[in-house]
Unconditional design. Structure first.
Length: 97
């Protein structure tokens, strides 16, 4: 489900790139079509790794999920993907902190 909240020309919704939720969703779908992230680096937290800009989490059922979140002043974004099932969620909010 997508909720439309209008366009804010003052700043970028994620990483100052001024993308839309549709752009971020297309990026997520593209990643799900080719989810290879390369070598995963241990972050020192159990079940957590980092590769190619993605946090890679080994879930309790041993699936690996890929995710990334970010905040810039006034905005929050998140992508959470399950490459094994092809499911995911993308979020853009005009709120932070």
């Amino acid at each position: 489900m997508i909720w439309e909240a209008g366009f804010d020309a003052a700043g970028g919704a994620y990483g100052y790139t001024c993308g839309t939720i549709g752009d971020l969703a297309a990026f997520a779908v593209d990643h799900l079509q080719d989810p290879e992230v390369g070598r995963v680096v241990d972050t020192g937290h159990p079940g957590q790794g980092y590769a190619s800009g993605w946090r890679v989490t080994t879930e309790n059922d041993k699936r690996a999920t890929h995710w990334h979140t970010g905040t810039v002043p006034g905005y929050f974004s998140a992508i959470h993907l399950d490459p094994a099932s092809g499911d995911g969620v993308v979020i853009l909010m005009n709120a932070s902190s």
